[in-house]
Structure formats: C-alpha cells, structure tokens
Design a protein around this ligand. Structure first.
Ligand code: URA
Length: 202
C-alpha cells in the first residue's frame, strides 16, 4: 500500500534513520479506529507491511478476541523506519535515543495521515506512540484510559473542532514477554476504544 502522506525530504534529512527502508501504513483508509505501533521490525521491513511479525500475530489475535477484523482498522507506526542502535563516527547511539528522535521526525507524516483518515478513536500501542499523539509520557499509568485530542490542532495548530479518542495500550511486544498478567487488561483497553469509536464513553 502506498503512503497516504510521505515523510518530507526535510524530515528524513534530520533523522538518524535517513535513507533506511520505510514501511507504509496498511488497512482501511475509512476506518473508525487507527492502531499506532512504534516502528516496524525486520519482518515488516522485509515485506513492507506493518505488524506482520510476532507482535502483528498477537495484535491479530487481540482483534479476533474483541470480535474485530484487522482489515477494518487503519494500521500505522509512529516511525516508519526500523529503529535500532546505530554507529556514527562520533560513537554509538542507543536504540532508545534513535527511536525518540525518529518518532519526532516522523510525527508530521503521522499526524498528516491521521488527519486524512480522521478516525473516531486511536489505539496507541506503547509509550512512544502514546506520546506522539497525546503528549503524555508513559503507558503504564494511562493504559486503557481515554484521552480526547484534536488531530487538526496537533497537525496544523488550527482547531478542527473534532475530537478523536486516544486509548493508550501496552504494546504486543511487551505482552509477548508478560502475557499472562496483562492480556486481559489489553483486551479491556481495545474494547474501550471500540466503544469510544461509537461515541460510548465510560
Ligand atoms: N512493532 C511495531 O510497533 N510496529 C510494527 O509494525 C511491528 C512491530
């Protein structure tokens, strides 16, 4: 699937991952719900599709558990390149630093895309994607809560008057490591986002 909004040349030029392969979003351009991951992994880079590796399989299972189908969602990432630690002439830059910076550089592309899709609700997976669309830090504290954002305001500084509900949730990669404790609460977070997309806020 082609990019709905391509990252600008200037944004990529200021990114540590400039000129590395990019994974465009996938799914339903008219979806009521967008799912935002953090950045593609090696399987996604190989096939050019987000969430098709182990995290993606778990995401599909979560969607089946809540009675939803993956093609009904807009599935994207806060950064469209694969994050990893990189070696520069000046030294090693750890993955966490690269990730923070690449998500910052990709934010204009993400917000531009979300403004075209105009989902009613967003499930933000992992702390970095939560921060990209709400400005709040950390996922543990906010997991499963509902935050209203104006995507137009975030993208252009001009209020659109339209509220999109963002539900932060643990990333499937985190679940793969801590599944038994957290799977039920992730299901609840997804169900809450489904309800928020229908205007049911609880
Ligand atoms: N993890 C993500 O955050 N995104 C993907 O596309 C794959 C794994």
């Amino acid at each position: 699937m082609p990019f709905l909004v391509r990252p600008t040349r200037e944004a990529c030029a200021s990114c540590l991952l400039d000129d590395t392969p990019k994974v465009p979003p996938s799914g339903n351009r008219h979806a009521d719900i967008a799912i935002i991951g953090e950045s593609p992994g090696s399987n996604e880079i190989l096939r050019g599709v987000p969430f098709i590796g182990a995290s993606g399989q778990l995401l599909s299972q979560i969607l089946r558990t809540v009675g939803a189908r993956r093609p009904d969602f807009w599935i994207t990432n806060a950064a469209c390149c694969m994050n990893r630690g990189i070696v520069l002439k000046t030294g090693f830059i750890p993955e966490a630093v690269v990730k923070k910076q690449s998500i910052q550089c990709c934010r204009e592309r993400l917000l531009g895309e979300l403004n075209l899709v105009r989902p009613k609700a967003i499930i933000a997976l992992g702390a970095f994607s939560v921060e990209a669309v709400t400005g709040i830090h950390g996922v543990t504290k906010f997991h499963g809560s509902v935050h209203g954002v104006d995507l137009g305001l975030l993208a252009t500084g001009q209020p659109s008057g339209q509220i999109t509900y963002v539900v932060p949730a643990f990333h499937p990669a985190f679940l793969l490591r801590n599944r038994p404790q957290f799977y039920p609460s992730v299901i609840k977070a997804f169900q809450r986002a489904l309800r928020a997309s229908r205007g049911q806020l609880d």
